[in-house]
Design a binder for this molecule. Structure first.
Ligand SMILES: Cc1cc2nc3c(=O)[nH]c(=O)nc-3n(C[C@H](O)[C@H](O)[C@H](O)COP(=O)(O)OP(=O)(O)OC[C@H]3O[C@@H](n4cnc5c(N)ncnc54)[C@H](O)[C@@H]3O)c2cc1C
Length: 382
């Protein structure tokens, strides 16, 4: 089969790897507008379950990924200068650039053509020249825009702003930090992803953003302002910028996932708020799901139909849980009156995917402290 792929991100490269590995006769080309070392972002997070999926799909890249990652089992919640740790959660982090390098090497090993610095503008000629065109071209997908009548996308720009930084302060575990200032409430999502660096994403609501005056600040002024807000947490380490800018989260859905021989994959197809797990995990799992459809069926139309039929319900469930989590962060200021342990409980159960009973199994001490706090609270009310 001749397969053209737009986008050398995790979704496009991983799908190429799985297809070529299964049948070396496939002629696969990946077009990527950037160079092999130009990337953005810091670390990406995977759950234990995602890693198991990656191992089953391609042992070679899994071995390299796990050789390079940082693993932890705790979620830490920092509120009112108190840190609450909840154990029994399995996560790991890897640098995005390192992940892309591993996938690039694997593509080259397998004989996949990677065309860097190749911007795809003429989609029509690319699609008639192949059996399958995969548009894995990211959240601002050109293919989704050009074929909007076929895919019927629904795009929802959310009100909160967020900005991705790195820092040399190492956060051992997924750390959710809340800091209140004169402007409002800031939340940071942070985790280490190698021996020297952590991701540090800062999120705030539009009122806080306006009150802080970010609209008229330069990138350096913004960074310095946020370093002051999180001074206690960063322990004197600066925030590291990689051309970091404030962005509004874009929620992406598509009524149709494919038409004729063109299919969307990864962020081009759907997004889920970063507070529930990274887009990278979904991108890689999309690639596995699409590959599985080709493995089990004959022909492009049947495989693409099966992909939409089987993967869509999974993504819809994921997006529903992510929606609850996203809304929790959009309303973070309403939770600031809670005690640190109550806030931690509210956070851990926000998506509806983790229950009281789950938490009791994961971390008995945490639930015991939570129950004790609730009992004290109700005695004080009497
Ligand atoms: C600023 C920013 C920072 C982020 N940082 C992190 C992070 O630290 N951790 C994390 O887990 N997630 C991060 N994300 C989210 C994460 O990047 C995505 O969820 C994930 O990479 C999705 O994978 P993908 O392969 O679908 O898309 P992408 O990784 O976005 O890959 C799409 C690729 O397509 C290329 N492309 C697009 N259009 C064309 C075209 N017309 N022609 C040729 N090439 C094209 C792009 O250059 C890109 O390389 C970040 C997102 C943004 C916007």
């Amino acid at each position: 089969m001749k397969i053209n792929i737009i986008g050398g991100g995790p979704a496009g490269m991983y799908f190429a790897i799985l297809m070529k590995k299964a049948d070396p006769a496939h002629d696969i080309t990946v077009c990527e507008r950037n160079g092999p070392d130009d990337t953005f972002g810091w670390g990406v997070v995977f759950s234990g379950k995602t890693l198991a999926n990656l191992r089953d799909a391609d042992e070679e890249s899994h071995a390299e990924i796990t050789r390079n990652f940082a693993a932890w089992d705790n979620v830490d919640v920092v509120h009112s200068n108190e840190k609450i740790s909840i154990h029994g959660n399995s996560f790991s982090g890897i640098e995005r650039l390192q992940l892309l390098k591993i996938l690039q090497r694997r593509c080259e090993q397998l004989g996949i053509k990677l065309l860097f610095r190749t911007e795809v503008a003429d989609l029509d000629s690319l699609r008639v020249n192949c059996d399958l065109l995969v548009a894995a071209d990211g959240v601002n997908s050109t293919a989704r825009k050009q074929y909007a009548e076929r895919f019927r996308p629904a795009l929802d720009v959310r009100p909160n702003r967020y900005i991705w930084y790195g820092t040399r302060h190492l956060f051992h575990g997924l750390t959710l930090t809340f800091r209140e200032s004169d402007a409002g409430v800031f939340a940071a999502h942070s985790y280490k992803f190698n021996q020297t660096t952590s991701t540090f994403i800062i999120e705030c609501d539009p009122q806080t953003w306006e009150a802080a005056g970010f609209a008229s600040m330069s990138d350096d002024e913004t960074r310095q302002y946020l370093e002051k807000v999180f001074a206690l947490d960063l322990t004197g380490q600066p925030l590291l910028s990689n051309n970091s800018k404030w962005i509004n989260f874009l929620l992406v859905k598509n009524a149709n996932w494919f038409f004729e021989n063109v299919v969307l994959l990864g962020d081009a197809l759907h997004t889920a708020h970063f507070s529930i797990g990274s887009g990278t995990k979904l991108a890689l799992e999309d690639a596995i799901a699409l590959f599985d459809c080709f493995r089990k069926r004959k022909g492009v139309p049947a495989s693409l139909e099966a992909f939409e039929a089987t993967r869509k319900p999974v993504i819809e469930e994921y997006q529903a849980a992510a929606q609850e989590s996203m809304i929790w962060f959009e309303k973070a200021r309403d939770y600031m009156h809670l005690s640190p342990i109550e806030l931690a409980y509210s956070l851990m159960t926000r998506s509806g995917k983790v229950s009281y009973e789950d938490l009791e199994k994961r971390d008995r001490d945490f639930i015991a402290s939570y129950k004790e706090q609730k009992a004290v609270g109700s005695r004080q009310k009497v």
